[in-house]
Write a protein that binds this ligand. Structure first.
Ligand code: PA5
Length: 438
């Protein structure tokens, strides 16, 4: 593989070497528990070896169905929320084109891809339906439980539209269900004869992007999913090292937990590429839902630099000191832009003429990290060599592994989400009582 994902920590005096050494025993113990499937949430550890176990038949089926969809659909709508949504969206944004939700204008022979069922906004749905119009439509409804309200409602709308437009029988050929082994969606899909992709029972939503949940939409977009899985396999091998010194994912997890114990309760994931926006959203869900429980946890939040240097930058530099920043730095991008000279150097920036925007971005990143360190903000840095499917797969696995380790070090079950039920309970009670009242 060209280049490697690198993890670095600018100590800045925040964490001493002996603190890392002291934590090493805990990391080794947590590694043992994780890899012997004995820890909290062990019934959801399917993701741990998934890149090695995912069968060639399953990948071939995904590629086959994706090829059919690419032939027949002008628009492909992916319905899902949380872990059934953010992975595919993040990869599409990272590996696709910034302004086309597909590979690039030239290579775009497949359908336009849109997402639905990730909110309850009638404005969003109305605008989406307007954009879709009469275009040839195929949908993929993704819900492991098959009972989540947002995707279930969106599915109702799209099922109704498809049946009206194509008739009940032909509509069935335009609906693909990605779902767990049981539940309402599985039953409906079986009854109606939809194409079904399984979500393995032992892989939770936020760890599921490397299953059909993420891979089918990505294959429809023309993204090399074999490359993604090959990167994930590499991550699986690299991040199985027991010693934190040899395992960047564990080192990252360990530093997070040391900083947390020093009152750094907010982690800001900062990237200098707008196309990392949804990756940050995916990361927020992964860490937020995995660690935020039992009145503990680091609050994960995102920064989109340099844009946010002109809004949140002030707070990061000078505000309440309970934060640390993890920078995602993209080392190389094939899209280079050289800064043009101006005849009259009105803005005084001619000294940059001939340099690339990436050169400026890199200096902004280094300068910002130094300033934050001076301002009392610990800095972690993850360098991504380039944006390829392989690197994406490895990066996903890096964070999944780090998150599991971090959760175990924190003493929580990183694979459940009991808190998510609270709003659902209230909402359904309200919906039922308000419905009765008319
Ligand atoms: O990580 C999780 O398990 C959740 O975020 C789920 O992915 C999310 O709630 C959607 O659930 P489902 O796929 O069952 O509709």
């Amino acid at each position: 593989m060209n280049g490697e994902i690198k993890f670095a920590y600018d100590s800045g005096g925040f964490v001493q070497e002996h603190e890392l050494q002291a934590f090493e025993t805990q990391v080794r113990a947590a590694h043992e528990v994780l890899h012997s499937y004995e820890g909290l949430g062990r019934e959801y550890l399917g993701w741990l070896d998934w890149p090695l176990h995912c069968s060639r038949d399953e990948i071939d089926k995904i590629l086959h169905v994706a090829a059919e969809i690419r032939k027949r659909a002008e628009v492909f709508v992916v319905i899902g929320i949380g872990g059934s949504y953010l992975g595919a969206r993040s990869a599409l944004e990272l590996l696709g084109h910034t302004f086309f939700n597909n590979l690039s204008q030239e290579k775009r022979r497949g359908p336009q891809i849109f997402f639905a069922g990730n909110n309850l906004s009638s404005r969003y749905l109305t605008h989406l339906l307007e954009i879709i119009g009469e275009k040839e439509l195929v949908i993929n409804v993704i819900s492991k439980s098959g009972t989540t309200l947002e995707p279930a409602l969106a599915f109702r709308f799209f099922k109704t539209i498809l049946e009206k437009r194509y008739g009940k029988r032909r509509a069935r050929e335009r609906i693909i269900a990605t779902t767990g082994e049981k539940g309402a969606l599985r039953n409906l899909a079986r009854q109606e004869g939809y194409e079904i992709f399984p979500v393995p029972g032992d892989i939770g939503g936020r760890y599921s992007v490397l299953t059909a949940v993420g891979l089918l939409p990505l294959a429809v977009a023309g993204i090399d999913i074999m490359g993604i899985m090959s990167g994930a396999r590499r991550g699986c091998r690299l991040y199985s090292e027991e010693r934190p010194a040899d395992n960047p994912a564990y080192r990252y997890a360990m530093l997070r937990q040391i900083l947390y114990r020093k009152g750094k309760v907010i982690e800001l994931l900062a990237s200098y590429e707008p196309s990392f926006y949804y990756f940050t959203e995916w990361w927020k869900q992964l860490f937020g839902e995995s660690e935020g429980k039992d009145q503990k946890g680091i609050l994960p939040a995102g920064l989109n630099f340099t844009t946010d240097l002109h809004s949140l930058g002030q707070f990061v530099q000078d505000g309440y000191r309970n934060i640390f920043v993890t920078t995602l730095w993209l080392e190389k991008t094939p899209e280079e832009q050289e800064i043009p000279p101006l005849a009259e150097d009105i803005d005084g920036l001619n000294f940059l003429a001939g340099k690339t925007l990436q050169f400026v971005n890199k200096n902004a990143c280094t300068g910002t990290m130094r300033a934050h360190s001076d301002g009392g903000v610990p800095n972690l840095k993850i360098t991504i060599p380039e944006l390829t499917p392989r690197v994406y797969g490895q990066l996903v696995y890096f964070f999944e592994k780090a998150c599991a380790m971090s959760g175990y070090l924190l003493g929580v079950n990183p694979f459940d989400q009991p808190g998510v039920e609270a709003y659902k309970k209230n909402m359904f009670e309200l919906l039922r009582s308000n419905n009765r009242e008319g």
